[in-house]
Design a protein around this ligand. Structure first.
Ligand code: ADP
Length: 898
């Protein structure tokens, strides 16, 4: 930078709108107006030695504010000089174009030297533009401004101090003090900026090399200060004034930087970790809101679960479950809630997460129904009231309850009622529940082959569900119900696991405290549940499971028992269910007997109950039909007549009278009571139930031809009478078997045929009337009903009898039925289910039963009322059976007798 600048007396003037160029500063100006373009071209561009121009600040008229005295004075003198030059009356505005573009010129400016010039591309219109980079050199004052040329020129005088003047000032102690102060402030600013921007110490060099009064300008030029302050800086011709002003401005700038820094530091410091988190959350929420997934919707019920869990987990837990369950529940709940909160309802997995939480919330973790003080007499009365007969069974139940009363947490065996359908197994279990004052829940296990049905599916599977036990507990909503495991014998195992092993865990008091359902994934305490099981047969139940249970057999009812059950329990219940009473419908004993004998042939009473219900329904229809013709009782008459009369007297139409709802069935049947109750007779039986299904003569008809025998078999429906048909035709001596037979029964048929062949000579079967029945003949044995699968060894004697009957051409006795396994040598071995089989024979109206001798002991279980009506024949060998099966004894004997 030059020490001092020599200025010409005249300068071309470039107006600088609302800005000030200070000495030492550098500006870049784009010159586009024709005046400035002309100025640049003539004063700078075309000259070899680039000249100087004056930069004079101007202010728009609109922005004119009361300004300092120097400026107005300057303007006045400018105006005057314009006037002197013979300008018009408004020449003080020095407007070149129009009134709107009025500008006020400042009377001090800065001489500038071009550092760089560039010419823009010439436009098609011929216009050119220049970009000029100028450096401010020194102040001048305008003596006279001329507007005569295309651009302004001014006569100027330099405001720069001479060297000697400057030396004098530099001696001035005030100046020294001021410059020291300025330098210190400037130094501070530089250090601060360098610290912030981490720049090197180049600016500091300036402080040492450049004279202080110039530094003042350079520093101030680098800040953003107002136009007024820039002007006043320009007007500070006195170096002392300039220094003090500059110090003030630099200091102000320094302070503002410091304050800004302090604020940002403070704000940063205040943002603690939690606040940061809060901020982030706020941001996340804002983003979510923006995306439209606001998850604070209370309606989705999440708060409800939270509440439920607080409620459930808040109450005291047993020490054991506290450790085991609570932690894992909390964990599961927390995880699921968190997952659910992040999900959209339409998102896959939302509903399954929700269903899981719902299950957790709904499960009765510790909610138990209050146990009533067990009154054994009341329990006995209740059992007697609900069930007829079953003395031994009821006795055992009372014993069971007595033990529970004395030792509530006794780990007694699980009761398992075994018997054919409809014998009262389920209703006995529900009677136990009501005797204990507990809720009752029935879990059907029939056909369960998958272990997951008991234990639940893991939640990783789509459509996973809890097991049936947990589901049942959710339904019943208490943790101490009586739970009936229905048809426990119908579970089977296959590749999907073994449900029986899961049931073992359920029934084991050691393990069921922490029953683990895969879906729930939290141990559930089943120890408070009282388990009762039912099965049709004990044999298919896996031995380990059977070991945990005490089997109580319900063999089925005799016709007499059924009659009593019907009269005492079924008929009142059926009438009640249909809104009838005995005053309305009567089913006489004789008719019930007919229903039992002609329409049912079952071990239990389910079909009997169904048939009685059909009769009740038919009666209900009759009530409805008779309604209009039935005379109203007195109370109704008194009410209805005046109403009817009034309306008829008025000539109005008769309106319907509405009988209020809430009138119970009893009232209705009272209201429409018919004069005499409807008594069921044979005609009504046939009309409602159809022609009799069984007439007691079936056996007689079936064995009308030789080759048919009557056997007794055992099925899951109890004992049954099974006919065996045999026939022979020309062939190669093969045996054909039909009727859905299992392997065991097929082998029995083989044995039977072999035995008959070997004994053919003895039995005189081989050459009856000169024809050999056994040679060159195929034998076909059929077991009706053909659609029902059959198996088991107990048909051995029946098969032989059928073959002997066929080949001897003798009919078997139609009043006789038999059962027993036979060895190849003709020995008769004992079989199971004797009680059921004898009951079945009794139902069929059979009078004589042939049994293996070794089954004699089983007869003790058969009710004496049945035995009294039957002739039992015991057989040791096959010959004994044949002896009893045919009228007049065994064919062989007959022959030997001859
Ligand atoms: P299961 O469970 O053995 O198949 P249920 O318990 O369902 O049979 O009994 C069928 C119907 O027979 C029920 O309405 C039941 O009350 C009735 N029932 C069975 N046995 C008796 C009985 N001894 N006394 C009274 N009602 C009985």
């Amino acid at each position: 930078m030059a020490e001092s600048v020599e200025l010409p007396s005249r300068l071309a003037i470039l107006p600088f709108r609302n800005k000030v160029l200070l000495p030492g500063a550098i500006i870049r100006i784009r010159c586009t107006s024709p005046t400035s373009v002309k100025l640049v071209e003539q004063e700078l561009w075309q000259r070899e030695e680039k000249g100087m121009i004056g930069i004079l600040p101007v202010r728009d008229a609109a922005e004119v504010k009361p300004v300092g005295p120097t400026m107005s004075q300057g303007l006045d003198s400018l105006d005057q000089s314009s006037k002197l030059q013979g300008g018009s009356s408004d020449s003080h505005k020095l407007d070149t174009k129009n009134q709107n573009d009025v500008v006020h010129w400042h009377n001090r400016g800065v001489a500038a030297r071009a550092l760089h010039l560039s010419r823009g591309v010439e436009k098609p219109s011929g216009r050119v533009t220049y970009i000029v980079v100028l450096e401010g050199l020194c102040r001048f004052s305008v003596q006279e401004l001329s507007t005569r040329g295309t651009y302004h020129t001014a006569r100027i005088s330099s405001l720069e101090m001479t060297k000697t003047e400057m030396e004098q000032v530099e001696q001035d102690p005030d100046f020294i003090m001021l410059s020291r102060q300025f330098k210190a402030t400037a130094m501070e600013l530089i250090s601060l900026l360098e610290q912030k921007q981490k720049t090197g110490g180049r600016t500091k060099v300036l402080l040492e090399t450049v004279p202080v009064h110039k530094l003042a300008d350079i520093f101030v030029a680098s800040f953003e200060i107002s136009f007024e302050e820039q002007l006043s800086m320009l007007d500070s011709v006195d170096p002392k004034v300039r220094l003090s002003k500059a110090t003030e401005l630099v200091d102000r700038h320094l302070q503002s930087i410091r304050v800004a820094e302090k604020i940002s530091q403070k704000v940063e410091g205040q943002l603690s970790k939690s606040q940061k988190e809060f901020l982030l959350r706020q941001q996340m929420r804002a983003i979510k809101e923006e995306l439209g997934d606001d998850d604070d919707d209370e309606d989705d019920g999440i708060s409800h679960y939270k509440f439920q869990f607080q409620k459930t987990l808040g109450s005291p837990w047993s020490k054991y479950s506290k450790i085991l369950c609570r932690k894992s529940i909390d964990f599961n709940v927390m995880l699921s809630l968190r997952r659910l909160k992040k999900m959209q309802p339409q998102q896959p997995g939302y509903s399954s997460s929700r269903a899981y939480l719902e299950l957790l919330a709904d499960l009765p973790w510790q909610k138990a129904s209050k146990e009533i003080e067990l009154d054994l007499r009341a329990a006995q009365e209740r059992l007697d009231r609900d069930h007829y007969g079953l003395v031994k069974v009821k006795q055992r139940i009372i014993e069971y309850l007595a033990v529970r009363k004395l030792k509530p947490d006794a780990r007694g065996p699980v009761l398992c009622f075994v018997g054919p359908p409809g014998v009262g197994k389920t209703s006995l279990a529900s009677s136990i529940a009501s005797a204990l004052g507990r809720k009752f829940v029935r879990i059907s296990l029939g056909g369960v082959k998958d272990e997951a049905d008991i234990r639940g599916h893991r939640r990783t599977y789509i459509g996973s569900m809890p097991g049936r036990l947990i589901d049942g507990l959710k339904r019943v909503a208490v943790c101490n119900p009586v739970m009936l495991l229905d048809e426990i014998d119908k579970t089977g195992s296959d590749i999907r696991g073994d449900p029986a092993s899961a049931l073992l865990e359920v029934l084991d008091p050691e393990q069921n405290k922490t029953f683990n359902d895969h879906y729930l994934n939290v141990p559930f305490d089943l120890s408070k549940v009282i388990f009762v099981a039912t099965a049709n047969r004990a044999q298919p139940i896996p031995p380990p499971l059977l070991d945990r249970m005490e089997v109580i057999e319900l063999p089925g009812y005799t016709a007499e028992e059924k009659l009593s059950i019907a009269m005492r329990h079924l008929i009142p219940r059926v009438l009640e269910q249909h809104g009838l009473s005995s005053e309305f419908l009567q089913i006489p004993e004789g008719m019930v007997k007919l229903v039992i004998h002609r329409y049912t042939r079952e071990a239990g009473v389910r079909n009997l109950e169904r048939n009685l219900a059909s009769l009740a329904r038919a009666a209900a229809v009759r009530v409805a039909e008779q309604e209009q013709f039935v005379p109203l009782n007195k109370g109704m008459e008194g009410l209805a007549t005046p109403l009817l009369e009034n309306r008829l007297a008025d000539g109005a139409e008769v309106e319907m009278e509405v009988i209020p709802m809430g009138v119970n069935n009893q009232d209705i049947s009272n209201t429409f009571r018919i004069t005499s109750p409807l008594v069921v007779d044979e005609a009504m039986l046939e009309k409602v139930l159809g022609p009799p299904k069984f007439d007691g003569r079936e056996a007689e008809q079936r064995v009308a031809t030789p080759g048919v025998s009557v056997g007794l078999v055992w099925t899951s429906f109890g004992g049954e009478v099974q006919f065996v048909e045999a026939t022979a035709m020309v062939g190669k001596g093969e045996l054909h078997l039909t009727g859905q037979l299992g392997d065991v029964i097929k082998e029995s048929a083989q044995i039977a045929l072999t035995w008959v062949r070997t004994r053919a000579a003895d039995l005189r079967l081989a050459a009856t009337e000169g024809i050999n029945l056994l040679e060159g003949r195929d034998v076909h044995i059929h077991f009706p009903a053909g659609a029902v699968p059959k198996d088991g060894p107990s048909a051995g004697v029946t098969l032989v009898t059928a073959l002997v009957s066929l080949f001897s051409r003798k009919r078997m006795r139609s009043d006789t039925a038999m059962t027993g396994e036979m060895t190849l040598r003709g020995l008769v071995l004992p079989v199971g289910g004797i009680k059921d089989k004898i009951l079945a024979a009794h139902r069929y109206g059979i009078r004589r039963v042939i049994l293996p001798e070794k089954n004699l002991k089983d007869l003790a279980e058969v009710p004496s009322s049945v035995l009294n009506n039957l002739e039992i024949h015991l057989a040791k060998r096959m010959e004994d059976v044949l002896e009893q099966a045919f009228e007049g004894g065994c064919p062989w004997r007959q022959h030997s007798k001859l």
